[in-house]
Design a protein around this ligand. Structure first.
Ligand code: SAM
Length: 295
């Protein structure tokens, strides 16, 4: 049976469980609850006094996870929050210090499929891109207001897009006449200046870069890893699954900078999913898991 739901199919469940659960009576923190599938796989393996705190910045994820974990409500606490306030949430829950903290980064299938968020270039939607719809910055502000140079930097730095300057110039020209209101307009602009052979990859890169900036994903990750280290018990483990090289690089450096002083690294190289899993969940193909233990 494949664990998970329509909301989101989790990746590398066996690997996560294998590394994360060191004490079945302990407390755990799932910092990216999503559809609650990893959370479910953790809590169902814990003994009666084991506890789980599940956090997500997206209210849809909190509702979904609460439903998923209903039968374990006396052992779980599910809250809305972001990596930036992870330490506060962890202390507030009364469950810290934790035996394990899980980060399954990026976005859920639900967030991509929900066209009202505009995260997919395959369907028209508003230029929103927010995981937490309570935050202020949206994709529309970036696309309609940021200076051309800044757009080019964003597409290059967070998307690795080599055509970044050309795309930024085309966006700038378009918005002089017409402000952007939806993702289909943005797709049309990019299409007009991109070789059709590379179009899909280019669209993915540009959309990823806007999403990273709107959600301050790199700043959040740095804050989250720091907070996780503080709320872990000695011997507790941090399991981090990332989906693009910027995230993975940040995790790798965070672990390396603390190696032998605060952390012991349990995965010399990042672990990827088994081929069989990639066949079922294509999104799993880019997953990289790193694990470290607090000294
Ligand atoms: C890949 S999904 C997690 C899926 C989950 N492991 C499951 O089993 O369903 C990533 C989730 O992390 C959340 N997220 C991403 N960045 C976050 C942040 N800075 N703070 C809190 N949640 C975040 C997203 O809203 C999304 O729901």
């Amino acid at each position: 049976m494949i664990p998970g739901s329509e909301y989101h199919r989790p990746v590398m469940v066996d690997e996560v469980i294998g590394y994360l659960l060191t004490d079945r009576g302990g407390t755990y923190l799932d910092a990216t609850a999503g559809g609650g599938s990893h959370s479910f796989e953790i809590i169902r393996r814990l003994e009666e006094h084991g506890r789980l705190l599940a956090i997500d910045r997206d209210t849809d994820a909190v509702t979904e996870t609460a439903g998923r974990l209903q039968q374990f409500s006396s052992q779980t606490n599910i809250v809305q929050g972001e990596f930036g306030d992870l330490k506060y949430q962890a202390v507030e829950s009364g469950m810290a210090p934790f035996c394990g903290v899980l980060f399954d980064l990026g976005i859920s299938s639900h967030q991509i499929d929900d066209s009202a968020r505009g995260m997919s270039h395959r369907e028209d939607g508003p230029l929103d891109f927010r995981m937490d719809r309570g935050t202020e910055l949206t994709g529309a502000t970036i696309i309609n207001r940021y200076p051309q140079k800044e757009l080019a930097r964003i597409f290059f730095e967070y998307g690795g897009e080599r055509n970044s300057r050309k795309i930024a110039a085309a966006i700038y020209d378009h918005r002089q006449k017409n402000k952007y209101s939806g993702t289909a307009q943005l797709v049309e602009t990019i299409k007009a200046v991109t070789n059709p052979r590379f179009l899909n990859k280019t669209l993915s890169r540009v959309f990823q870069s806007i999403r990273i900036v709107v959600n301050d994903e790199m700043g959040q990750l740095a804050d989250g890893l720091g907070a996780a280290l503080e709320v872990l018990a000695p011997g507790g483990r941090m399991v981090v699954i990332s989906y693009h090289s910027l995230e993975d690089g940040l995790v790798k450096n965070f672990f390396r900078d603390r190696k032998n002083s605060e952390l012991s690294i349990l995965t010399k190289k990042p672990i990827g999913p088994a081929e069989a899993e990639c066949k079922i969940t294509s999104r799993a193909r880019s997953a990289k898991m790193r694990v470290a233990e607090k000294l």
